[in-house]
Design a protein around this ligand. Structure first.
Ligand SMILES: CC(C)C[C@H](NC(=O)[C@@H](N)CC(C)C)C(=O)O
Length: 743
């Protein structure tokens, strides 16, 4: 009896311990997956912050390395699958690569301990090279581990089920997906909290070692749990270098087909049948199964291209919205947790209610149909995102185009001022002109002029619009008219600050996009007669000076102003994404900071983040239909010796989708964000139509049945023995040839 058949028979005969119809061993596998995903997503949640604030990398470097790491994590599954299916088997591969993974997490956690190189005890590492080297080593090991075990764990879970447990097998993949999301949800909530703690041996710093240490510990737990189930698993042994045989067989078929390209040779049903002269029918049939599924996967990366933009474009969209839910405040990046939360509710609803209901209605909602519908849901999610974007666009400030400049004039002089700019109405700006709004007095905010350079200033240089006395006139009641050359940068917003001594007026560049991460940009103009120290600002402010912007988060913020002798406190509640200039008058301390006036340079965001919930709901419904089904489909349609390989192929569709996102981000965007969302939605609709046509021609198979059938045929086939002998002889010849070449 052939070895493979013996394995199969053994598997069928072996009585596995069951609970409610499920093999007990899968309990260890799902707990292992929960811990592993906790470890992976927990580490990922704080990774960019570690790069940015511990290693002090700039934003661009931090995000590039982060994305490179994520892409690597989805490229390594193919390596894990080859090791598992051709060499070590799934069980050993999971154990060895989990050890690599756990070591990687520990190395990563160690790299975040600032005390190991902080000889001068100033709270910052003295040897950044060591920390960078350790963290890069850690990340490579993690990528190898997490990607390597990913295709093996799902396939190994599937291997635990016997033939009569096909219903339970489908439920297993849903539970498996629930565990992924439960683990990721918990860790993305917990690790940022751990990071916010302070810890250290010599100095107390943000506790990165804890934030990375807990995921490392969870990876060790994951490994221990997996080993604990060791005695209960059904382990299928690898059948030698299967990937090598597959490649050789495909190469032979292609070559043989080419050699027999003339019409005189009779056609064969499939191009792989041209390998029949030399290779086993079973291997050829198995390769055909895999190729058929891989061909079907070609359009799938497009789904992930849209799906993965949750973490980028949608989070950026959230930064232009408000997250005040009354009882609690949601930060823009926390909006992403809606996805795993919805998974935890939608998977059971789909499995227990929706799919059985569809079945009851007599509709055949086959896996490939589900996946197509999942893609359409994702496309509608992007239409919903486009509608939300249109609402946001209505509230966004009117930023200058590349040929325009915007000018605001702030008059801190004691007299009113008349500003005249060619072809614009003269503007009267009172001294600290104020409108009284609630507790705080608000200076009238003037984005006085939007100036198109080509209309108003034909003589301007390419980059600057130069004001001179003919262009702009500033007239006070008593003070003589001021003449000053001013340069406005095209495409920017600038504020002309006129201090108490008008001749010292100067231009200050303003923020011209919404502040990052939904924060608020604030700055102060010092109208006090001496220097001022203000909390949160980098340096002290000289008289008449304007500070650079500082970013503050949403909520009540307190600023203490002091000139070294006197001090007062100024508090203000901020929303999301606003920008203010605070004018400090000369009676600052006598009014106990009450006289500070604010100019609203940019309104706080007003569209609510709750409006993103429909798009999250749609994309997650799409994910359940597409991803959970895809996972089951990849397992059920794979031959038994290539289960991990097909799982890896499935994960590769995700890697390619991620790469497309990176390329699209680099290529630049459409001028309107909503149009880009509509473009992506249309592309996915087009791709899902192509996929549905491909799916229409796909015939579902039972690989085990086909394999058993072929084996039976081969038992009675006299040619088979001959072919096997030829194959073995050729392999020996090849080896000898190689040896001789070496000599
Ligand atoms: C199936 C995999 C490519 C991705 C899967 N991700 C999810 O299940 C997401 N819903 C998790 C969320 C936190 C992004 C995974 O295995 O991580």
């Amino acid at each position: 009896m052939p070895d493979s058949k013996m394995d199969e028979t053994k598997k069928k005969k072996k009585k596995t311990a069951e609970c409610c119809g499920y093999p007990i061993s899968i309990f260890f596998i799902v707990v292992n997956e929960f811990c592993e995903r906790f470890s992976y997503y927990g580490m990922r949640a704080v990774l960019v912050l570690y790069f940015r604030y511990f290693l002090l990398w700039d934003d661009d470097l931090a995000t590039s390395i982060y994305h490179a790491f994520v892409a690597l994590c989805y490229l390594t599954p193919i390596l894990g699958a080859i090791i598992a299916d051709s060499w070590l088997g799934k069980f050993k591969t999971i154990i060895y690569l989990s050890i690599v993974y756990a070591v990687g997490q520990v190395v990563m956690a160690v790299s975040t301990i600032h005390d190991i190189t902080d000889a001068n005890r100033d709270g910052t590492p003295d040897n950044f090279t060591l920390h960078i080297a350790l963290s890069m080593l850690g990340l490579v090991l993690i990528a190898l581990g997490t990607g390597g075990i990913k295709p093996c764990v799902a396939a190994f879970g599937g291997d635990q089920f016997q033939e009569h447990q096909s219903r339970q097998l489908n439920t297993f993949f849903s539970v498996f997906y629930l565990c992924i999301n439960a683990g990721s949800l918990l860790s993305t909530l917990i690790t940022p909290v751990l990071r916010a703690q302070e810890c250290g041996i010599h100095t107390q710093q943000q506790c990165y070692p804890l934030a990375f240490g807990v995921p490392a510990a969870l990876m060790v737990v994951s490994l221990v749990v997996f080993i604990a189930g060791s005695g209960m698993y059904t382990k299928t042994a690898p059948e030698g270098n299967i990937m090598g045989s597959v490649c050789k067989c495909i190469w032979f078929a292609l070559n043989n087909r080419f050699r027999h390209r003339s019409d005189i040779y009779p056609k064969r049903e499939h191009w792989m049948d041209w390998a029949e002269e030399k290779y086993d029918k079973l291997l050829i049939a198995q390769i055909k199964m895999v190729l058929k599924v891989l061909f079907l996967y070609i359009p799938l990366p497009m789904f992930w291209t849209l799906f993965d933009q949750k973490g980028s474009r949608w989070t950026l969209q959230a930064t232009t919205m408000t997250g005040d839910f009354g009882g609690f405040v949601l930060q823009p990046d926390q909006m992403q947790t809606v996805n795993p939360i919805l998974i935890l509710t939608l998977v059971p609803i789909m499995d227990r209610i929706i799919f059985p209901l569809i079945k009851k209605c007599g509709l055949n909602f086959s896996p490939l149909k589900r996946m197509t519908v999942g893609m359409l849901f994702a496309a509608t999610a992007f239409i919903a995102a486009a509608l939300v974007q249109m609402e946001i666009d209505k509230t966004l400030p009117n930023f200058p185009s590349s040929s325009e400049s915007q000018l605001k004039v702030v008059n801190m002089h004691s007299e009113s001022l008349i500003v005249t700019v060619p072809s614009q109405e003269p503007l009267l700006i009172g001294s600290f002109e104020v409108q009284h709004t609630s507790k705080h007095t608000t200076a009238v905010s003037h984005w006085c002029f939007t100036i198109s350079s080509h209309v108003v200033f034909p003589q301007s240089s390419p980059d600057y619009i130069t004001f001179d006395q003919q262009d702009i006139r500033l007239a006070f009641n008593t003070t003589p008219e001021i003449n000053k050359d001013l340069s406005l940068i095209k495409g920017s917003r600038q504020t002309l600050i006129i201090p108490s001594e008008p001749a010292e007026m100067y231009l200050k560049e303003d923020i011209k996009s919404k502040p990052k991460e939904g924060k608020n940009a604030v700055r102060f103009v010092n109208g006090w007669t001496a220097y001022l120290n203000i909390t949160n600002l980098e340096s002290s402010l000289q008289p008449s000076e304007t500070s650079n912007y500082t970013l503050v988060s949403q909520g009540m913020r307190k600023f203490t102003l002091t000139d070294g002798i006197q001090s007062c406190e100024f508090s203000r509640k901020f929303g999301f994404g606003s920008s203010y200039t605070f004018l400090i008058p000369s009676d600052l301390f006598s009014t106990d900071c009450e006289s500070i006036k604010e100019i609203e340079d940019m309104q706080p965001n007003s569209v609510h983040m709750a409006l993103q919930i429909p798009q999250y709901f749609l994309i997650t419904t799409g994910e359940v239909m597409f991803s959970v089904t895809g996972l089951q489909f990849s397992y059920s349609q794979a031959p038994k010796n290539m289960k991990s390989v097909l799982q890896a192929g499935w994960l590769c569709t995700n890697a390619v989708g991620n790469i497309i996102v990176l390329i699209v981000a680099e290529l630049g965007k459409l001028p309107k964000q909503w149009a880009e969302y509509v473009l992506f939605a249309s592309l996915l609709v087009a791709v899902s139509i192509i996929f549905s046509i491909m799916a229409y021609f796909y015939t579902y198979i039972d690989p085990a049945e086909i394999e058993a059938e072929i084996l039976k045929q081969q038992e009675t086939d006299p040619d088979k023995k001959k072919k096997k002998e030829t194959l073995e002889m050729e392999e020996k010849e090849n080896e000898q040839e190689i040896k001789q070449t070496k000599i």
